[in-house]
Design a protein around this ligand. Structure first.
Ligand SMILES: O=P(O)(O)OC[C@H]1O[C@H](OP(=O)(O)OP(=O)(O)O)[C@H](O)[C@@H]1O
Length: 237
């Protein structure tokens, strides 16, 4: 880890601690993290930065559990099992915290491009792309006007409806490493289409990440297509 990466990790840990502190006392934060309350106070107030090992622990362990809990609290299911996750995908600051936690938790290859599906994947995609200093690409269900060449991926869904995603061809170059992300994986149909787009572009898949997996069908489907790490921040049954 070079000095800039270390500094970035330390600042991410401080961002996680500040978010956790919003709803907790220092004593409670100390119990949650196992770190002395006095140290936490100095980190949160910006007087001292946590060391690299402590920072990594905060981001990957404490951060992961805390963000997963926060995610559960912000997601609502209706009577038919559909998910309202607007409390998450509309909150860019929250997603900016998720990105380093996801990167620390799963061994994704560092991407050139973060690929997602419009619409709800875009804010998470932007957070992940910003974290990795990568480009963002999002496939849409319609063709962008004035773009001449697209990669298309089409699939007949279990419901019988055909779904097609289009990505401007220039968004991914052959040989790029692509991290596929989305807010939600349920059936895995969307991920399958995104992974197909990455393959058509002759890109290497560096991982698949979702905030929420509903059941395991979609995650299993993604794992059948790629050997890269496939991870979810939270899984609902
Ligand atoms: O695993 P799957 O069964 O494919 O479901 C997951 C997809 O469903 C939602 O998108 P949706 O198609 O509702 O489009 P939206 O983002 O525009 O709401 C979600 O954002 C994922 O992209």
């Amino acid at each position: 880890m070079n000095r800039a990466e270390k500094a970035a990790l330390q600042l991410q840990a401080v961002a996680v601690l500040r978010t956790l502190k919003e709803t907790r006392t220092y004593e409670e934060l100390s119990t949650l993290t196992g770190l002395p309350a006095g140290d936490l106070n100095r980190y949160v107030n910006g007087h001292v930065l946590p060391g690299a090992d402590r920072a990594r622990e905060v981001v990957s362990e404490v951060g992961r559990d805390a963000l997963a809990d926060e995610l559960v609290a912000r997601v609502a299911f209706d009577d038919e099992g559909y998910v309202d996750n607007s409390g998450v995908v509309f909150d860019q600051s929250f997603l900016d915290l998720v990105a380093p936690v996801a990167a620390e938790t799963f061994e994704f290859a560092s991407p050139d491009v973060v690929l997602t599906a419009a619409t709800d994947g875009i804010t998470l995609g932007a957070a992940m792309a910003s974290f990795f200093d990568a480009r963002l690409a999002y496939a849409k269900k319609s063709k962008e006007t004035a773009v001449e060449e697209f990669i298309e991926s089409r699939q007949r869904l279990a419901s019988g409806i055909e779904l097609t995603y289009y990505l401007p061809r220039r968004a991914i170059e052959a040989g790029d490493t692509v991290l596929v992300v989305d807010d939600l994986i349920r059936s895995g149909e969307t991920q399958e289409l995104l992974l197909d787009i990455a393959l058509q572009a002759d890109a290497d898949v560096g991982g698949v990440f979702t905030l929420i997996a509903v059941g395991d069908e979609g995650m299993r489907r993604a794992r059948e297509i790629t050997d890269a790490p496939v991870g979810a921040l939270t899984t609902f049954e």
